[in-house]
Write a protein that binds this ligand. Structure first.
Ligand SMILES: Cc1ncc(COP(=O)(O)O)c(C=O)c1O
Length: 361
């Protein structure tokens, strides 16, 4: 398929001084670049009208299906600046492939992987000055998303859909940094169930997780860990991250992809980098009781959570209504080693032996 992009530069683009001011203290997801990408899909015509245009509000009919039935999916990825000034995406085809798996689940049209990646490249190239220097793990967070933009009030797959890409320069996601975060284990709220949308990256999953997230905040925790909806035992993932444990005998353990959790690209990368560092990657069923008992008796020495936004964050402790469990390894040695291993590839400080980087600028 060949779709050419109509490039409409933003006449009101920020000055270099304004961009520098934003990059000095970007926060997370607060500032957006000068442009966005938009591509339309209509039944019969397919994908068309690919445009790079000034970032700005969308015009949506109030009856647009996404506003009523939540037919929407998104991705999260980053562009990294290397010391030589070049800019790289990290495994963008994994995002493109996952986007299409989400699209299939939500009855949205397939977006050819090369068009997804090209749209991201177009935005990063035109707004490359917003990709921060690597210092302090700053990067350009990229948010591709697809919405049912058809004006129609009826529960069926939309016949007009819009794909958009926006980008935001970001600093660290957690202000706690590598000090470690506390995780709340909710026994009341579920994120996903068998046959549901847990392994799709759709907005509704995140709206549904907020109540548990706020329960976690009330208990002084930064994130919440979900247990399977039925059975109340199998560990799934956090609201926006996958979870790992490191055992005393050097196993790197994470819940198997059960269909109810998101198959994180960071998760997959950690399994490979961890193995390269001498750990044994294990994807299996993990019971919450086993995790907590294992922390208490020293079987599991470290725990961490991971995702594109926060990279890898050590877990200082788990809390639930029943108590508090703190892994012995509060120096997070293994976690930091894996974290550095992944970051060093992303920022070009280590050899990209897996061929994960895609140079864009
Ligand atoms: C629910 C959930 N799990 C896991 C992840 C981690 O996925 P990735 O490593 O691809 O960012 C994310 C973030 O996208 C997420 O939202």
């Amino acid at each position: 398929m060949s779709v050419s992009f109509d490039i409409q530069p933003n006449p009101g683009a920020r000055s270099d001084a304004e961009v520098a001011e934003i990059l000095a203290s970007p926060g997370f997801g607060v500032y957006f670049t000068d442009h966005m990408v938009s591509i339309t899909w209509t039944k019969g015509q397919g994908w068309h009208s690919a445009t790079v245009k000034p970032y700005g509000p969308l015009t949506l009919d109030p009856s647009a299906a996404v506003l009523h039935y939540g037919q929407e999916i998104f991705e999260g990825m980053k562009a990294y600046r290397h010391a030589d000034g070049s800019v790289h995406l990290f495994r963008p085809n994994m995002n493109a492939a996952r986007f299409n798996r989400s699209a299939a689940r939500m009855m949205l049209p397939n977006l050819p992987e090369e068009l997804f990646v090209e749209a991201v490249r177009q935005l990063v190239q035109i707004d490359a000055r917003y990709v921060p220097e690597a210092a302090g793990e700053h990067s350009l967070y990229i948010r591709p998303f697809m919405i049912a933009s058809e004006a129609f009030l009826g529960v069926r797959a939309a016949e007009e859909v819009t794909f958009l890409v926006i980008a935001s320069p970001v600093g660290p996601y957690f202000t706690e940094g590598v000090k470690g975060v506390d995780i709340w284990i909710t026994d009341e709220w579920a994120r996903a169930g068998e046959g549901g949308t847990g392994n799709a990256k759709c907005g509704g999953n995140y709206a549904a997780s907020l109540i548990a997230q706020y329960e976690g905040y009330e208990h002084g925790c930064t994130q919440v860990m979900f247990i399977e909806a039925t059975g109340k035992d199998r560990v799934e993932e956090l609201g926006g991250m996958n979870v790992f444990l490191v055992s005393a005998d050097n196993e790197l353990v994470t819940p198997a992809l059960s269909g109810t959790i998101l198959d994180g690209i960071t998760r997959d990368s950690i399994l490979k980098v961890g193995e390269q560092q001498g750990l044994t990657p294990v994807e299996r069923r993990l019971s919450a009781q086993e995790v907590l008992d294992g922390i208490a008796d020293g079987t599991f020495t470290e725990a961490f959570c991971c995702g594109t936004a926060a990279v890898i964050s050590p877990i200082a402790g788990f809390k639930s209504k029943k108590g508090e469990w703190r892994p012995q390894g509060q120096a997070f040695e293994r976690t930091i080693q894996i974290r550095d291993g992944v970051l060093d590839i992303q920022y070009g400080r280590a050899e990209d032996s897996f061929g994960w980087l895609d140079k864009v600028a």
